[in-house]
Design a protein around this ligand. Structure first.
Ligand SMILES: [Zn+2]
Length: 304
């Protein structure tokens, strides 16, 4: 007992040192990933298994390693506000979903259609005043897994796309916009993207490009058509949910200093580790004076 009491602080100090020293290394890889160098990396995340049953997840106390990280920049005055979207809701209706619901109301829920708990996710988001977007399944390059029961493919005509989006919207009628689930193949194809954007616009839905591939034309095309739109800047949970990754993402916010448009951040709802990482991230950026704004405010305040 006495021994373990002595050991604990030593272990804690070493853990912080390891996390600290791995941050710099992690930075380079993560930035390369976030810049979208042509790999469809998020689709591994997007096609992963539904969340682990909540009761089996160990709830740990949140370590303070992020706060201990000494950021190489100071002052958050000209860091733009950030927008946070959580992807892939619809697979579960459990305590984890309820706990995601308790996040600050500025956080947006991206909900997949055609799933057993699409409507439950929409209910929890609405009860907690979160913005909702339809997480529209779109075909990925190659065999990255099925995006869903129904999904948009390259070459579908406008009527088919319009009908599918109308059907998705009927399941999630309170949605204010849409973003793509997977979609590395579809978002590169200008003709299909054009049909998607026009169908969304006629349903009063704006498009946020999840930017699952660096050659996506979604955001650019939306802007050229005069539609309000956004584009993902950072995947918070890529490659993992460690404190080292979180610290590198926070450090990486420095590159957006002076930008007028908000920074668009996407994370996922698959397990409690992702929720805890997001909570840590929110606490940290708020303590640094960075503002988190809702997706609807971002779209209204920074229109096309
Ligand atoms: Zn997704």
């Amino acid at each position: 007992m006495v021994k373990s009491r002595l050991l604990l602080p030593v272990i804690a100090v070493f853990s912080v040192m390891i996390i600290f020293s791995s941050c710099k290394k992690g930075n380079i890889d993560v930035q390369a990933i976030d810049a979208g160098k042509g790999t469809d990396y998020t689709e591994q995340i997007d096609s992963s298994e539904p969340s682990v049953p909540d009761s089996t997840v160990h709830t740990s106390t949140v370590p303070s390693a992020i706060a201990n990280y000494e950021y190489s920049w100071t002052g958050s005055d000209n860091i733009p506000p950030i927008v946070i979207i959580i992807d892939d809701f619809g697979n579960t209706n459990d305590r984890l979903l309820e706990d995601f619901g308790k996040l600050p109301s500025e956080i947006c829920f991206a909900i997949l259609p055609d799933l057993p708990h699409t409507k439950d996710a929409a209910r929890v988001a609405t009860e907690n005043s979160h913005d909702i977007v339809i997480h529209v399944p779109m075909k990925a390059i190659g065999n990255a897994g099925s995006p869903g029961k129904r999904y948009i493919k390259v070459g579908m005509d406008k009527a088919e796309i319009k009908d599918m989006i109308a059907s998705f919207k009927s399941q999630i009628p309170m949605a204010i916009g849409a973003n793509n689930h997977m979609g590395s193949e579809v978002t590169q194809d200008a003709a299909t993207m054009n049909n998607i954007l026009e169908s969304l616009n006629s349903s009063n839905l704006f498009f946020v490009d999840s930017y699952t591939i660096g050659t996506s034309v979604g955001f650019k095309l939306a802007k050229s058509k005069g539609y309000s739109s956004g584009k993902r800047d950072i995947f918070l949970d890529v490659p993992d949910n460690s404190n080292a990754t979180l610290a590198s993402k926070i450090e990486g916010l420095a590159k957006y200093k002076g930008r007028k448009e908000p920074v668009f951040i996407i994370s996922h709802c698959h397990n409690r580790q992702k929720l805890e990482a997001l909570q840590n991230f929110i606490t940290q950026v708020q303590s640094m004076g960075i503002r988190i704004i809702s997706l609807s405010d971002a779209i209204n305040d920074y229109p096309a």
